[in-house]
Design a protein around this ligand. Structure first.
Ligand code: ME8
Length: 508
């Protein structure tokens, strides 16, 4: 399918963005870029979740009117996207009129499908998670109940509308069986299945004890449960309720990338609601793992949040992104430390990649006037290392299809290792004195391999990749994956630009 739609969760505007928000956004941006380079049409949305008790409380604590408060905090998230240089096609805010209309329509559909009834909610609620909990999901500490993740819960008794979630157990399980890739990684699918098998209760979907949210059209004393409001954002962004055919094709190939904390909402509530209004389901949900800070959970109370803006200013955007994408297999938890970042960046980016490219091009510049001396475009005669370079994209594609971003990067850097080995063995600086023809050929070959590396690295470290491709004077129109073949190889007399330093070493 030529169309693909990628979404981040929309983030609560109760606090400043931190590394976790940056992480999900970077993953989505990388997947979006990767798909664009394959010639696909990509929609990529991110945004902010601005209603609910948690946000209302945060506004009160700041002594601000909620409307002003959400405008201010949402801007921090928008600015983070800018700082991360992500190429999102939409930034959605749930306080926008287009979203209000969409959420109201979605609600009406649930009513029309006879999925909603009025009742009384009596039970536990966590404002931190904006989630209802059954007692069996909680633990008791110092005589107080809390969630397994340590979120406090409060007892709530109020009039509420309910969604008939309990009716969807068997249809959800059937759907998961038929679509084993719907929830990834596999371990998360198993987790969801056992949650559903343990029994679903009807879901309270409106609140009456506060005001900050979308009012239920027919009962304005009820505020739509923030998760119904929030999940609908994925549809708002593609024009719901008036989705054009073209946009529907994006929807059918939609990937929700989320953190493992919000799996239940996306993998159980959302599909059940979509099924109940007879709306197609997204293609898949990928739940990634959790970052801790030097072994500790990142939390407001510990004050140990990691500011992505600061990390980017200190270490560089590509470096920060590379670390997050490479350090931890997608799906696993990761522990952030500046020491680990510096060591990863110095060894992979500065030493292995940066030094290699700079060393070779500098030498080439000095001795060959930065002009390719050999065309390496005869399919039959191309060397093993050049062939391996063209084949690399197929290996990387397979990893990316399975969301193995870290492994994809590992494969690319195995190839960088191969190039370093080639330099060590061929020693062009030495052979230049005894056999300049061979040195020139080896260097031309290396430069063609840098073209390959530059193109393949674009989704992950776009700025460094651009620097490589600019130095090699590769045409803008020839930087796609389709150009990773001998037909587009650099030819004799192609002139390069002056080399630029790619990655300074960090001494911290
Ligand atoms: O849950 N490690 O918003 P939220 C990795 N508004 N990822 C992390 C993280 C960490 N330590 N902390 C946060 C919400 N994240 C709802 C979503 S969607 C319809 C509504 C990331 O601001 C991760 O993607 O609490 C997680 O799922 C998300 O931020 C939660 O953001």
């Amino acid at each position: 399918m030529n169309k693909i739609y990628i979404t981040t969760p929309i983030f609560y505007v109760n606090d400043l963005p931190h590394i976790g928000h940056a992480y999900t956004t970077i993953i989505c941006d990388t997947i979006a870029r990767f798909n664009r380079l394959q010639g696909k049409n990509v929609l990529f949305t991110t945004g902010t979740d601005e209603h609910g008790l948690k946000v209302e409380k945060a506004a009160k604590e700041s002594q601000k009117d909620p409307t002003d408060f959400v405008d201010e905090v949402s801007l921090n998230f928008k600015n983070l996207s800018k700082k991360l240089e992500v190429k999102n096609t939409d930034f959605i805010r749930t306080t926008e009129l287009r979203h209000k209309k969409s959420a109201e329509f979605f609600w009406k559909k649930l009513i029309d499908s006879n999925q909603i009834y009025l009742g009384n909610y009596k039970g536990w609620y966590s404002v931190k998670d904006e989630s209802f909990y059954q007692e069996k999901e909680l633990i008791k500490k110092n005589n107080l109940y809390e969630t397994l993740d340590g979120s406090p819960v409060e007892w709530v008794e109020e009039k509420s509308y309910f969604f008939k979630l309990s009716q969807w157990e068997s249809r959800l399980l059937e759907f998961y069986e038929k679509n084993p890739d719907f929830i990834r990684p596999e371990s998360r699918m198993n987790e969801v299945k056992s949650f559903v098998k343990s029994g679903l209760k009807d879901l309270s979907v409106s609140r009456t004890s506060f005001n900050w949210g979308i009012k239920i059209p027919e009962s304005p004393d009820h505020i739509m449960y923030v998760w119904i409001d929030a999940l609908t954002n994925y549809l708002t962004s593609i024009g719901y309720p008036k989705i054009e055919n073209d946009k529907m094709n994006f929807w059918k190939n939609c990937i929700h990338v989320i953190g493992k904390d919000i799996l239940k909402f996306h993998a159980i509530y959302w599909p059940a609601m979509l099924m109940s209004i007879n709306f197609p389901l997204p293609k898949s949900i990928f739940a990634h793992g959790w970052w801790t800070n030097e072994g500790k959970k990142i939390s407001k109370s510990l004050g140990n949040s990691i500011d992505p803006n600061k990390m980017i200013d200190e270490f560089g955007l590509d470096q920060f992104k590379y670390f997050l994408l490479r350090e931890v297999p997608l799906g696993n938890d990761g522990d952030f430390s500046e020491k680990a970042l510096v060591s990863r960046v110095n060894s992979d980016l500065s030493n292995n990649l940066g030094n290699l490219v700079q060393r070779v091009i500098k030498f080439f510049d000095k001795n060959f006037n930065n002009t390719v001396t050999h065309s390496l475009c005869k399919e039959k005669n191309i060397s093993k290392i050049q062939k391996k370079g063209y084949e690399l994209i197929n290996i990387v594609k397979k990893k990316m299809e399975k969301f193995e971003i870290s492994k994809a990067l590992e494969e690319i850097f195995f190839y960088v290792d191969d190039l370093n080995k080639f330099v060590d063995e061929s020693q062009p600086w030495k052979s230049f004195k005894t056999n300049p023809e061979k040195a020139a050929k080896d260097l031309s070959l290396l430069i063609e391999c840098f073209r390959i590396i530059g193109i393949i690295l674009q989704p992950y470290i776009p700025n460094a990749a651009k620097k490589i491709l600019d130095t090699l004077e590769v045409k803008e129109s020839e930087r796609n994956f389709i150009n990773l073949c001998v037909k587009f190889s650099l030819r004799k007399d192609h002139k390069l630009n002056e080399p630029n330093q790619l990655f300074p070493r960090h001494e911290k």
